[in-house]
Write a protein that binds this ligand. Structure first.
Ligand code: 5AD
Ligand code: SF4
Length: 347
């Protein structure tokens, strides 16, 4: 697909054809199954100042909390209890949480049962990523948010686009399954830029790719910006599926906030993953990266999500849900596949 075609499809030239092709590829690789990932949002403290995010350090109205290792462990245990094959540990960039503490938590979770552990804790030096990997972390999510250098660097003060891409490469070298993605509808992003984002994300050969709509938070510099479009988010997900048939692609919680049916609809437009929050009730409402996040209790949210998946005609699974792209690459690296085959599988 060339750049022009991408732009036309993003602008709605052929939604029916686009969604049908995304659905076909999704079913070819994943059938009707939906992987569930339970997220534990273990700290709402953050030293960064991303312009779009309610947890940015300068927001003095944000409710800050930090779970103890025991509380994180307990919340993670809910994943297995509810048949979710992956736990995602996510937080702001919280300097008070030491890499060693988290390594201990990961090791404990991994020692207790068969569950994949994904980390989503921002940009860290190689030795920190290595420590976590050695303690059992399987995957890492580091969203690029926008791959346009000007937009990225104006919205994420103090950080660079290339620096963040470099961290993704470091994670891949350490053997993590890597995930990234964008926020759809950030102010200043037009269709051509969005098409470039999709192309560049595809070049990164990611195991997981996510795209959720922008939701303005009243206590950020982007309070008055327009929210990201739901239909545009569906188009981005569908295009990502077509260009990355083997990647895991989640329906983001932000999509569910913008449209109560958004995540269920997305399942038949290329997405194959949903990530319910397992963050404990007493702090749950404090993880306000955008308004509306974590509005339901853990149990109610899970109930709504599983019901939604079934009503949309899909099957929730408790599989760990490793990316078939990662599996194929790991096998190729071990020399069990001729290297030529690797190229086909990841193309
Ligand atoms: N709207 C939508 N998504 C957001 N994120 C942060 N702020 C917003 C917002 N206002 C997303 C980013 C981040 C993830 C944790 O939440 O993609 O990586
Ligand atoms: Fe912090 Fe992440 Fe929010 Fe940026 S997006 S302010 S790093 S929590």
């Amino acid at each position: 697909m060339n750049h022009k075609e991408l732009i036309t499809l993003l602008e709605g030239a052929d939604d029916n054809g686009l969604f049908a092709e995304a659905d076909r590829l999704r079913r070819q690789e994943f059938g009707d199954s939906v992987f569930l990932r339970g997220i534990v949002e273990f700290s709402s403290h953050c030293g960064r100042s991303c312009a779009y995010c309610g947890l940015r350090g300068p927001n003095t109205n944000a409710r800050r909390y930090r779970l103890t290792p025991e509380e994180i462990h307990e919340a993670a245990g809910l994943a297995t209890a509810h048949g979710l094959g992956t736990v995602v540990l996510q937080s702001g960039e919280d300097a008070a949480f030491t890499p060693q503490t988290l390594a201990g938590t990961v090791a404990r979770i991994k020692s207790e049962g068969k569950v994949a552990v994904t980390l989503s804790i921002g940009e860290q030096p190689d030795d920190v990523y290595r420590l976590w990997r050695e303690n059992g972390a399987d995957r890492y999510l580091l969203k690029l948010e926008s791959l346009d250098r000007n937009i990225h660097e104006s919205l994420r003060p103090g950080r660079t686009l290339n620096g963040r891409i470099d961290r993704l490469h470091a994670l891949r070298r350490l053997g993590y399954e890597i995930g990234s993605g964008i926020i759809v509808g950030l102010p200043g992003v037009d269709s051509a830029m969005l098409a470039r984002d999709i192309e560049k994300l595809t070049e990164l050969e990611l195991d997981m790719i996510s795209a959720g709509p922008f939701i303005p938070h009243p206590e950020t510099p982007l309070a008055d910006a327009r929210p990201g479009s739901v239909i545009l988010t569906h188009r981005v997900n569908a295009l990502l599926r077509i260009l990355n048939p083997l990647a895991n692609i989640p329906a983001t919680s932000a999509l569910g906030v913008r449209d109560p049916e958004g995540r269920n609809t997305a399942l038949s437009r290329g997405v194959n993953v949903i990530m319910p929050s397992l963050t404990p009730q007493k702090v749950r409402g404090g993880y306000t990266i955008y308004p509306g996040k974590n509005a339901l209790s853990v149990e109610e949210n899970l109930r709504v999500i599983i019901h939604g998946i079934r009503s949309a005609g899909f099957t929730p699974t408790s599989a760990e849900g490793q990316s078939p792209r990662y599996t194929a690459e790991a096998r190729a690296a071990e020399g069990r596949l001729p290297s030529g085959e690797k190229t086909t599988l990841t193309g």
